[in-house]
Design a protein around this ligand. Structure first.
Ligand SMILES: [Zn+2]
Length: 54
């Protein structure tokens, strides 16, 4: 399951949430601190779970 990072536009709190892509689409993400829905998704980079074991 991917971990998304968000930043609140109101209080600048950054927080992470672990959820599926489906959940992500239907869930309204709120800031845990000020409960604002004005959060912005922060792209933290890609999780490339391509196991390169030879
Ligand atoms: Zn906030």
């Amino acid at each position: 399951m991917p971990i998304y990072e968000f930043q609140c536009q109101k209080c600048n709190e950054t927080f992470t949430k672990k959820m599926s892509v489906n959940e992500m689409e239907k869930t309204k993400v709120r800031c845990p601190k000020c409960k604002s829905q004005k959060v912005k998704k922060v792209i933290t980079g890609f999780y490339s779970i391509t196991s390169k074991k030879s």
